[in-house]
Design a protein around this ligand. Structure first.
Ligand SMILES: [Mn+2]
Length: 194
């Protein structure tokens, strides 16, 4: 099988992000971001996705975390899309429930190049240290947009913000691992193209 590898460098006046992805990895995350909680969440996603991801990012976090979190999603999603090429042979669909103690989140997705996000995470509001966890939605949107996925993320229940967020990123990783598994040879679409 072709090596499924993607890399991107994106520099704007707001952020600078460099990223490399191996889809067929071992869940190794080498992440350097000035947002420790967000880095921890990305590490969870990567771990359960089975991909290897190296990502270095910096940006105008003195404004707020919004730009860097959103742009990290765009760049990581772009790397994954590049790595997947024409997406021949992938399972395409994936779904997972991830519990973390009292919290439970469900992720259902389709890597079929139809970007869409339904984000029903109403309990994920507040701050962890100085980090506003509502901004995690910007990562999800950016990632879905550039990875080309239709994504439904639903919080079933939860109390602790750290647990809710981490359950969401684990569910995204688990569902991604399923969807990107190579299970066939052809383009997984009745249209014959994605
Ligand atoms: Mn944790």
């Amino acid at each position: 099988m072709r090596e499924r590898h993607g890399e991107l460098l994106r520099e704007t006046k707001e952020t600078s992000i460099e990223c490399a992805v191996e889809i067929d990895g071992s869940g190794r995350a080498d992440i350097d971001l000035p947002l420790p909680f967000f880095g921890h969440m990305l590490g969870s996603f990567v771990k359960y996705s089975g991909m290897d991801v190296r990502l270095n990012g910096s940006g105008d976090i003195d404004v707020d975390a919004h730009h860097l979190v959103e742009d990290t999603g765009l760049v990581l999603g772009g790397c994954v899309s590049e790595a997947l090429g024409d997406r021949a042979g992938i399972a395409r669909f994936g779904h997972a429930y991830a519990p973390l103690d009292e919290s439970l989140v469900r992720c259902v997705l389709d890597y079929g190049k139809r970007p869409h996000v339904t984000y029903e995470m109403d309990g994920l509001r507040g701050r962890i240290n100085d980090f506003d966890v509502t901004v995690l939605q910007e990562f999800i949107r950016g990632y879905a947009q550039n990875a080309g996925i239709s994504l439904h993320l639903d919080m079933i229940r939860g109390e602790n913000l750290h647990h809710i967020a981490e359950a969401a990123f684990k569910a995204l990783g688990l569902a991604t691992r399923q969807a990107l598994a190579v299970t066939g040879t052809g383009i997984p679409s009745t249209k014959g193209t994605l």
